[in-house]
Ligand binder design. Structure first.
Ligand SMILES: Cc1cc2nc3c(=O)[nH]c(=O)nc-3n(C[C@H](O)[C@H](O)[C@H](O)COP(=O)(O)OP(=O)(O)OC[C@H]3O[C@@H](n4cnc5c(N)ncnc54)[C@H](O)[C@@H]3O)c2cc1C
Length: 392
């Protein structure tokens, strides 16, 4: 046996798993077809669960992350409803110990995660694309290509962390679960000179009437740049025959609040698209000698599209089950699957409920508008602050 665990993909999910396996002194190999630093189409919004996982890896790692010059602390967010109302939270008002959000280009975040790996128990092989997987009674044989040459790794288990294009799923002969109703199509474009961000670097979400059930975002980054994009569930894109690129330009030109922010803005790249597989119960994400984490397991929250935190959290939870599996010499990872869906049960429910309101502007406006009633606003605010404080 070459190694205990073979991880396919060194994005946030795969790199996080490598950190946890190293902590547990478990030998493993991580294969990634790219080499770091590398870009990934994303909104670059780092949520509180990411900070939580970093701290669980080690408080020093969390500290190091917040000190990096590319990471921009963000103290809140704002939902802009189509009727002009807005729901804004600034966590500085609540004596929060640290910013609950950050923004970081994925070029920097993913590089940070792999740069801080040690090679004592794990080895990251860049430019190594997995092209074949054979599962048998004694383990898993993983074939990858590096520099045009094929190699085989023999491992006890394989963990799929290869992102949205489900290569491990396909090679293991599992159901390919990229159903349109559980996939969001989204675009990203970096801009400079977007004006009017809140002084707490808030994440701005716009629920423009013409874009619903999708939304537009503008997140401030370091160096006067911004991550700008929009996303919509794939069924709505095809039903409404929406051209996302045209829609993005339309919002920038015609939504009054957005247009004001973009008056002097300049795009820094061509608009680029990618899929977001959202968390859906009852998928097979684990079994005999395998588990899927991150986007490979479809771990994206349905309303906001956040997937970095759930991807890293799935890696943390998966690591616990790997430790147990190696100890028991029982390589069936079904317990991980049950654990994950139990862990995210309420988030799945809330996410889908909120996602459904996107289809109905009046319902959405009332959700956002209601929160302006002081009693409800106070209640939801306190609840959020208490819950999020727990994460940090
Ligand atoms: C437009 C857009 C905006 C988003 N905005 C946000 C946001 O603001 N906040 C947030 O939390 N989430 C956001 N997400 C979701 C987030 O980007 C993903 O959930 C996150 O990247 C998942 O991480 P991962 O490690 O599972 O996969 P990835 O980051 O996709 O990493 C997978 C890795 O696997 C490697 N790989 C793939 N195939 C192979 C192979 N055959 N062999 C070897 N290696 C392979 C790839 O090179 C890659 O490095 C957004 C997504 C999109 C598309």
């Amino acid at each position: 046996m070459d190694t205990e665990i073979c991880i396919v993909g060194a994005g946030p999910a795969g790199a996080t798993l490598s950190h946890f396996l190293t902590k547990e002194k478990i030998n493993h190999i991580v294969l990634d077809k790219g080499s770091f630093p590398r870009d990934k189409i994303c909104g670059d919004g780092i949520t509180v669960d990411v900070l939580n996982v970093l701290k669980r890896i080690s408080p020093e790692l969390q500290e190091r992350f917040t000190q990096e010059s590319e990471m921009l602390a963000s103290w809140g967010f704002c939902f802009h409803a189509s009727n002009g109302k807005e729901l804004r939270y600034d966590f500085r008002d609540n004596g929060f110990p640290m910013a609950p959000f950050y923004t970081s280009r994925r070029l920097d975040l993913d590089d940070f995660l792999v740069r801080n790996l040690t090679d004592e128990y794990g080895k990251l092989l860049n430019e190594s694309e997995v092209i074949g997987i054979i599962r048998h009674d004694a383990g898993v044989d993983v074939t990858y290509v590096n520099g045009g040459v094929e190699h085989v790794i023999k491992a006890k288990m394989i963990i799929g962390a290869e992102g949205e294009k489900p290569i491990v799923t396909r090679h293991l002969g599992l159901e390919h679960f990229r159903e349109k109703e559980h996939l969001i199509g989204a675009l990203r474009v970096y801009y400079k000179n977007v004006k009017g961000f809140h002084d707490g670097n808030h994440l701005e979400f716009f629920f423009d009437k013409e874009l619903l059930p999708g939304y537009f975002w503008a997140f401030p980054l370091s160096n006067n740049e911004a991550n700008v994009g929009l996303g919509m569930v794939s069924t709505a894109i095809s039903d409404k025959k929406v051209n996302l690129k045209k829609m993005l330009d339309h919002v920038i030109e015609n939504n009054m609040k957005v247009a004001r922010m973009f008056a002097e803005a300049e795009p820094l790249e061509k608009t680029r698209g990618w899929g977001l597989p959202i968390i859906t119960p009852k998928r097979q994400i684990a079994g005999e000698r395998f588990a899927l984490i991150g986007d490979a397991a479809g771990m994206i929250e349905p309303f906001t599209g956040k997937g970095i935190g759930p991807g890293m959290m799935s890696a943390r939870i998966c690591s616990e089950h790997i430790v147990q599996a190696l100890k028991d010499k029982d390589y069936n990872m079904t317990h991980y699957q049950e654990h994950m869906y139990r862990y995210y049960k309420s988030e799945i429910k809330t996410g889908y409920t909120l996602q459904k309101t996107l289809k109905y502007p009046i319902a959405l406006n009332s959700v956002l508008g209601l929160s302006n009633l002081s009693a409800i606003k106070k209640w939801s605010h306190n609840k959020m602050v208490t819950e999020w404080n727990r994460w940090i």
